[in-house]
Design a protein around this ligand. Structure first.
Ligand code: F6P
Length: 367
């Protein structure tokens, strides 16, 4: 039996996606493994996620060339060392209730002779994969989100690289913060979950970390900063997740844009915190939003390794007819999780376990 596997990447890009595409392709087409399988594969890449497969006209050769890419070991050979996604991505939701295009999607999948889809993405992309699975399409997921907020897995591609970027940028800020005696407020991504701010802040030795899971008191932030005055310390670094909010307030919005999955555009909290500090304490403060820098550049060693393992495991799932599930990491080992269990839920920071609500920082105790 021969199966056509189609790989796509959806949602925000991040380092590690290309590695996962490479390893799905390589392990699907590995001739030694093929000898032991009852199925052989052809692999294609779908350009721009769910958008591509909706927009492609299967009867038009030009359109197919635009949206469907042939993948083989030669094509993907060097991909694992590059960030972003060579297939392109989109935030298109074929099941958007305001414009449901799922019938067209399924029609195109069938017309293109696609037997299985490997969807690499976060909760939105994998939610679409789950809905398709329920409608009879064979789908497998690979977890990706720098926010690391997917349930069902300890790890999602992109997170480690993003934490490293936060750490490197804070290392850079320290010299200028120290020279000028300033407070620096660093805004990370993480609209719902504070993992990036917490882990990025912890490994950078940030003085204060503010996360969406624990609304903060601006007075308390100022008190903590003032405690340090008069000591040798010349500056303080505050890391704040974009979704963090002061007690009694909503998260700050960048603009009024709402995406196809109904998400608002959060951002601006670092600027608020910095100006409140200046107002309330007189301490000179600056803010910086790391924004998409956190998703840029080349993947870390960990993301390259996880991309490899996840890609290989996704092909195993197809070989074993294990659909409607995603690859996951459980206690450091590769496992699988049901897509049904991961949708409409997010893995948030367990405040009790990981957050020091007195010092607004990571805990100093290991539970
Ligand atoms: O993918 C999630 C995320 O990293 C969020 O933390 C952030 O709010 C969002 O992406 C921003 O994405 P974009 O501006 O690329 O749509």
């Amino acid at each position: 039996m021969k199966m056509k596997i189609a790989i796509l990447t959806g949602g925000g890009d991040c380092p590690g996606l290309n590695g996962a595409i490479k390893w799905v392709t390589k392990s699907a087409l590995d001739s030694r493994m093929a000898a032991n399988r009852s199925v052989s594969f052809e692999v294609v890449g779908l350009v721009e996620g769910w958008k591509g497969i909706l927009e492609v006209d299967p009867d038009d050769q030009k359109s197919c060339v635009r949206y469907i890419k042939h993948l083989d070991e030669e094509v993907v050979r060097t991909w694992d060392r590059y960030g972003g996604t060579n297939l392109g991505t989109s935030r298109t939701n074929p099941f958007n209730p305001k414009n449901d295009r799922s019938e067209k999607l399924i029609d195109n999948i069938k017309k293109l002779g696609i037997d299985a889809i490997v969807a690499i993405g976060g909760e939105d992309t994998l939610g679409v994969a789950y809905k398709l699975y329920k409608l009879g399409i064979k789908t497998v997921g690979i977890p990706k989100t720098i926010d690391n907020d997917l349930t069902g897995t300890e790890y999602s591609l992109g997170f480690d690289t993003a934490v490293n970027i936060i750490m490197e940028e804070i290392d850079r800020l320290r010299t200028t913060a120290g020279s000028h005696n300033r407070i620096f407020v660093v805004e990370t991504m993480g609209r719902n979950a504070g993992w990036l701010a917490l882990r990025g802040g912890e490994c950078s030795g940030a003085y204060i970390i503010l996360i969406p899971e624990y609304p903060f008191d601006m007075e308390k932030v100022c008190e903590l900063l003032c405690e340090r005055q008069g000591r040798e310390i010349k500056y303080s670094i505050i890391v704040v997740a974009e979704g963090a909010k002061p007690i009694g307030q909503q998260e700050f919005l960048k603009d009024s844009h709402i995406d196809d999955f109904g998400h608002v555009s959060v951002g601006g909290i670092a600027s608020y915190v910095a100006s409140e500090i200046e107002k309330k304490t007189g301490l000179e403060s600056r803010h910086i939003t790391l924004s998409h820098l956190q998703r840029g550049g080349t993947p870390s060693a960990h993301d390259r390794l996880m991309a490899r393992w996840f890609g290989i495991a996704a092909v195993n799932m197809i070989v074993n007819d294990d659909f409607g599930r995603m690859v996951s990491l459980e206690r450091g080992e590769i496992a699988t999780a049901s897509l049904e269990e991961i949708i409409n839920k997010l893995k948030l920071v367990d405040v009790k376990k990981y957050y020091d609500t007195e010092r607004y920082n990571g805990r100093r105790t290991i539970l």
